[in-house]
Design a protein around this ligand. Structure first.
Ligand code: CP
Ligand code: NVA
Length: 307
């Protein structure tokens, strides 16, 4: 049975932990100079990105290469999934030549269709609903700092969409405290929240959702993301006014715990969701997060392809 990774919940909490540990181990080996492992044995994995990317595209290409596979980058302007031909036909063609697909899509349902029509893993490289690979890298980054303790508070300030959803789901799995602080009208999906609560009930994670920026008090990690996600550019001006009270600036960082770290999935818009001072401060771990995209995703691939 193939395993997909479209949502954080496609792995159990134990499996997520195992993937993070694998990523940690691969990072340790990488730093010792062991950069190549032939786990994929020349398998080809297709990369299809409907939206722009720096980190996700680079780290999947590098990671697949370092694990002995061939990352086949497909120009989406050429493939035009769902436009030139149905998504299910793209899936069944790729399925005849490749052994996996990493896809960044607008609609999460496109990923589900790719997964339904292929016999090998499909990995979510960001959709409107989730960004699970980002969450893997972020939790690896956090656990390196907390030494694998889940006794911390992660506060996400901003839009309750893809990145927030995946961080909230992984918090539910890992059992930490998670506070989502969003402007009125930008709450997370109710369906995601109900899944989160079901998982949290078992793990003991504490999940809070509020519009009150004061809820950042005591947070160990303060995380934000762009106010207008890819595809929402036309709403950018309107969102600026609504989100400004939720900017992560020095005042907000001062409310958090004294040793609080600042996190961002990147790309960042300085002067909007975060100030130049905060993202460039010693508290900022944004490039550690970016570095860990490589290692966490290698852990994921190693896990999915060992099944
Ligand atoms: N954080 C992230 O996914 O970055 P890219 O959009 O550059 O891939
Ligand atoms: N929420 C952002 C994340 C980018 C990595 C977006 O969807 O554009």
């Amino acid at each position: 049975m193939k395993r997909d990774y479209l949502s954080v919940l496609d792995l159990s909490p134990e499996e997520t932990k195992e993937v993070l540990k694998l990523g940690y181990e691969l990072k340790r080996e990488y730093r010792m100079g062991i950069r190549y492992k032939n786990l994929l044995q020349n398998r080809t994995i297709a990369l299809i990105f409907e939206k722009p990317s720096l980190r996700t595209l680079a780290t999947f290409q590098i990671g697949i290469h370092q694990l002995g596979g061939y990352p086949m980058y497909m120009d989406h302007k050429s493939v035009r999934m769902g436009v030139r031909e149905p998504v299910k036909d793209v899936a069944r063609n790729l399925d005849r030549w490749t052994e996996g697909i990493v896809a960044r899509v607008y609609a999460h349902s496109t990923l589900e269709e790719l997964a339904r029509y292929t016999r090998t893993p499909v990995i979510n490289a960001l959709s409107d609903l989730e960004h699970p690979c980002q969450a893997l890298a972020d939790f690896l980054t956090i656990f390196e700092i907390t030494n694998w303790s889940n006794d911390f508070t992660l506060a996400f300030v901003g839009d309750g969409n893809n990145v927030a959803h995946s961080l909230m789901l992984m918090s539910a799995q890992m059992g930490n405290r998670f506070v989502l602080i969003h402007p009125e009208g930008y709450a997370p999906s109710e369906d995601i929240v109900s899944r989160v609560l079901r998982v949290a009930e078992k793990t003991g994670a504490r999940i809070e959702i509020t519009t009150d920026i004061d809820a950042v008090r005591g947070a160990d990690f303060v995380y934000t993301d762009v106010w207008a996600s890819m595809g929402q550019e036309s709403e950018a001006e309107e969102r600026k006014k609504i989100f400004m009270p939720y900017q992560v600036n020095e005042k907000v960082m001062d409310m958090a715990s004294t040793s609080a770290k600042f996190m961002h999935c990147l790309p960042a818009h300085r002067g909007e969701e975060v100030t130049e001072e905060v993202i460039e401060s010693d508290a900022s771990i944004v490039f550690e997060q970016a570095e860990n995209r490589l290692h966490a995703q290698k852990g994921l691939i190693a896990y999915l392809y060992s099944k």
